[in-house]
Design a protein around this ligand. Sequence first.
Ligand SMILES: [Zn+2]
Length: 258
Amino acid sequence: MIPTAHNVADEATRARRVNTEFESYWLSGSQFLQMDIEHWPQELEVQERDAADDEELQLRYALAVVSYKFMNYNRFSSLSRIVQTLAWVIRFVSPCRNGKQSDETHGLTAWALETAKHALYRQVQTEAFIAQLRLLEKGYTIPRSSAIYQLSPCIDDHCILRVKERIDAAEWLPIFTRQPVILPPNHPLTKLIVSHHHAATKHQNTEATICEIHRHYWIPCLRKLLRSAISNCQVCRVSKATPVAPIMGPLPADRLTP
Ligand SMILES: [Zn+2]
């Protein structure tokens, strides 16, 4: 065993400045190598440890905690940002899975944006209505105790839960109006959607915004959610703010003297 002070290998494995001059023992080797063998460092005695005294922790179980998170919704400030981000991911992943190069060279297509929206709806519904989705996929009806039982939910071709309305025959209406997407009220994506439509309707009254949202989505407790969005909306806060009247100064004595 070579002491650290004479060990050349320590030059490269320790946090110290390496001397690259010609006389450095990094290049020329340790000095004791040029001496007689009796001047070499003495071998240190290594005390053998009794293995029986060592406490050994035997590994019996391994616990792996996997935090599966589709995406951190709270990192996005608007609906368009989260949809576009996912659309870029889909645009990258889709050609990789198909094994062929994408023909798209400029921007995002309507297909990518629509696919991103469908993926978001599916993910949100999987997080909120997983039991109902499984039952409907197997052809069963959901129990009466379910929060969305009254909506008569159905699953479309994209495995998205939609409300089964009575206006299916109105084929001139788009599918999202005839069968709005069901979304949970307490999900971050739902809040982004409500805020998006609140801004899209130019911060109008709640009835107009609810009507606009119901053209696309069915969200339980929507009015309460919208009120919360309006109270957090900076534009509405500024427009509804009233100027505070300044406190008037005291009247001079000559105006108060009869
Ligand atoms: Zn607003």
